[in-house]
Design a protein around this ligand. Structure first.
Ligand SMILES: [Zn+2]
Length: 644
């Protein structure tokens, strides 16, 4: 079919075997069910002229134009046909009326920006990832509907594509004065910052794979992100919330609109909530119900989620609101209209998560391990026949392993895998025993030609670990990764394979990845979290001979903490003071925040007298001197670091 050229000189077209696979998939999919296409265009008011949104720093933050190849009606053999359908649906772009009183700007960022008509202004549900894309969404509705102030902001959950754009919508002064409330579920702030700080550098690096953020948009590269096109590369922000929903069900009137908040912790995010609008008969499903089965384990790295709890919260929504609602809309994808359709989607997704949980444990209780389950678990055929129950963001493969990981952990019970050799240590032995590089390459080529890509990956991966400079091995591994990637329905898995192929061919790419941090997020850390994050950055080998007990006092907030360095380990307890500390440091929390965002150093604050010191500060200074700045561009695969 497609004879388009590959974006990479070493890239390959879909192989005959991949073409056969895609054809077999096309034959089984329920293309006759076209309701998604009616729903995703319904209510379109305006599509803007522009396709790009620029970041304030000068880079392109968002670019729908680079995906226009998806709109030519061509079937690409390098894209799973089910994923291609989803990728076309996510070409959504513009301002849509969900119903009178509710509008969405879709396709300006990974997530939608939803506007509810309040008495005095727009009540915004979720803000997109970046200041720039949120600002563009507000400008879009102001231009095509009418210009109104933002009267309230609701963050449905603690992921950055739902709060990062807040400064593009409201002035912090109006939030602080109480004029514009920011409404969030319980635990929002803690989870919003915790998720991105302790393992943040590793997560961003891994997101190069899961989201393919720097992999070119192409039928052979990035085509979609399942719940939207991609993640915007703009400026993230955060303003401290002013109203926290703590109960399972809470009813409030916000700017004249009655809202029933439905708490759903432990689902798609640790802090999340749905909202029902009883007077509008409209159900906001947050990110709990979108047009895909989601991640129980998100491949960039995150705590494993609870498929059973997720299912139960969808079930609650079905019984609380599902008989009354006339429209269901969410922070990603498109709305569903009519009680029958809403119930169909809620039931199908409820059952998908429940079946995943139960089906996997059903097999685990018969001895199927975390290293086998992805080849064993299958959802029932009735769920496979429903588009909204297919796994574009998650995949049955990595989600099934996640369920076992949640209940049983990563070990399969075989002592041989309990303290395995590191890949780079085991690989040379395998290569030697397999008869060396030439034999492995020859077999790898045969397996590639036969379409046995995962088997080829098994041996070529060993060779690449043993010989990271073996270009032929890296390129053949890339070719096999690529065909596996082309065959995936899940964007997370496709992007991981295709981005890995890209790095094997060209090494780690340049470019501006989306940021999950920034001054606002750092400032939102508690002082205890800040020191806990420093403890992760500490090179403990350099403080073997250092010990201290330090009391920290924040006069402006009244907070007190004790920080100890002992056994080359930094620990912090909020709410305690040592009776006989080596040093007491008194610094306003506001002044510590300047250190947290990197504007000044801790030593500067002492030197200028902003922080006052009573006792011996040398141990604390030695600790600050032994902190490591993490470099995000570490290798995920051997031999892919940029050439110096
Ligand atoms: Zn999201």
């Amino acid at each position: 079919m497609s004879k388009r050229s590959h974006y990479h000189p070493l890239g390959k077209q879909a192989s005959p075997s991949t073409k056969r696979f895609q054809a077999s998939q096309r034959a089984t999919l329920a293309f006759e069910d076209e309701r998604d296409f009616e729903e995703h265009t319904r209510g379109l008011i305006a599509t803007p002229e522009f396709t790009q949104i620029m970041a304030d720093t000068g880079n392109v933050a968002w670019d729908m134009g680079r995906y226009e190849f998806l709109l030519d009606g061509e079937e690409f053999d390098s894209i799973h046909p089910s994923l291609q359908r989803q990728a076309v649906l996510n070409m959504n772009y513009g301002l849509y009326e969900v119903m009178p009183g509710i509008w969405q700007v879709r396709g300006f960022d990974l997530s939608n920006v939803t506007f509810i008509e309040g008495e005095t202004g727009w009540i915004v549900f979720d803000t997109a990832t970046a200041i720039e894309t949120a600002r563009a969404a507000l400008a879009c509705i102001d231009e095509h509907l009418c210009e109104r102030p933002v009267s309230a902001v609701v963050h449905s959950h603690s992921h950055i594509d739902h709060f990062g754009g807040v400064r593009g919508l409201v002035d912090e002064a109006d939030v602080v004065s109480g004029k514009v409330p920011i409404i969030v579920p319980k635990g929002f702030l803690e989870h919003a910052v915790a998720e991105n700080v302790y393992a943040g550098t590793a997560m961003i690096r891994r997101s190069f794979f899961q989201y393919g953020v720097l992999t070119p948009a192409s039928p052979f590269g990035h085509v979609d992100q399942a719940i939207g096109k991609n993640v915007a590369a703009g400026t993230p922000s955060l303003i401290a919330p002013t109203m926290i929903i703590t109960q399972d069900i809470e009813e409030h009137v916000i700017d004249g609109v009655r809202m029933v908040f439905h708490s759903t912790p432990g689902t798609e995010a640790p802090a999340e909530m749905n909202t029902y609008f009883p007077d509008l008969k409209a159900f906001w499903a947050a990110e709990n119900v979108t047009a895909t089965i989601h991640n129980i384990y998100t491949l960039r790295g995150a705590l494993v989620r609870d498929a059973l709890m997720w299912s139960k919260k969808i079930g609650e929504a079905l019984y609380l609101f599902g008989s009354d609602a006339e429209v269901m809309f969410a922070s990603h994808s498109w709305p569903r209209w009519g009680t029958e359709r809403i119930q169909e989607v809620l039931r199908g997704q409820r059952d998908s998560y429940a079946h995943l949980n139960n089906g996997v444990l059903h097999l685990a209780n018969q001895g199927v391990t975390i290293n086998e389950i992805h080849n064993e678990y299958e959802p029932p055929s009735s769920l496979r026949a429903q588009w909204f129950a297919r796994s574009y963001h998650g995949s049955e493969k990595h989600n099934s392993r996640a369920v076992i990981n949640r209940y049983l952990g990563y070990w399969d019970g075989n002592p041989a895998t309990l303290i395995p050799l590191s890949p780079k240590d085991s690989a040379p032995l395998f290569v030697e025993m397999m008869g060396g590089s030439d034999r492995i390459l020859a077999k790898g080529r045969d397996l590639y030609d036969e379409g046995r890509y995962l088997e080829a990956v098994e041996i070529l991966n060993k060779l690449v670990y043993a010989e990271p400079d073996n270009e032929a091995a890296k390129q053949l591994l890339a070719d096999n990764f690529e065909q596996v990637g082309y065959q995936q329905e899940s964007t997370s898995v496709r992007n991981s394979f295709l981005s890995a192929a890209y790095e094997l061919r060209s090494r780690i790419p340049d470019g501006v990845p989306p940021s999950a941090s920034g001054p606002d997020l750092m400032r939102a850390l508690t002082t205890e979290m800040f020191f806990d994050a420093l403890a992760i950055r500490l090179d403990s080998s350099r403080v073997e001979a250092v010990e201290f007990v330090a009391n920290i006092k924040h006069p402006d907030t009244g907070e007190e903490l004790v920080v100890e360095l002992s056994n080359a380990t930094l620990t912090t307890q909020a709410g305690f003071q040592a009776t006989d500390p080596d040093v007491t440091v008194t610094i306003d929390r506001a002044d510590l925040e300047d250190v947290m965002v990197g504007a000044v150093t801790f030593t500067d604050q002492i030197a200028t007298g902003v922080a006052t010191v009573d006792g011996d500060i040398t141990g604390v200074q030695a600790m600050f001197g032994a902190l490591v700045e993490f470099d995000m561009l570490f290798e995920l695969l051997p031999g892919t670091a940029p050439v110096a």
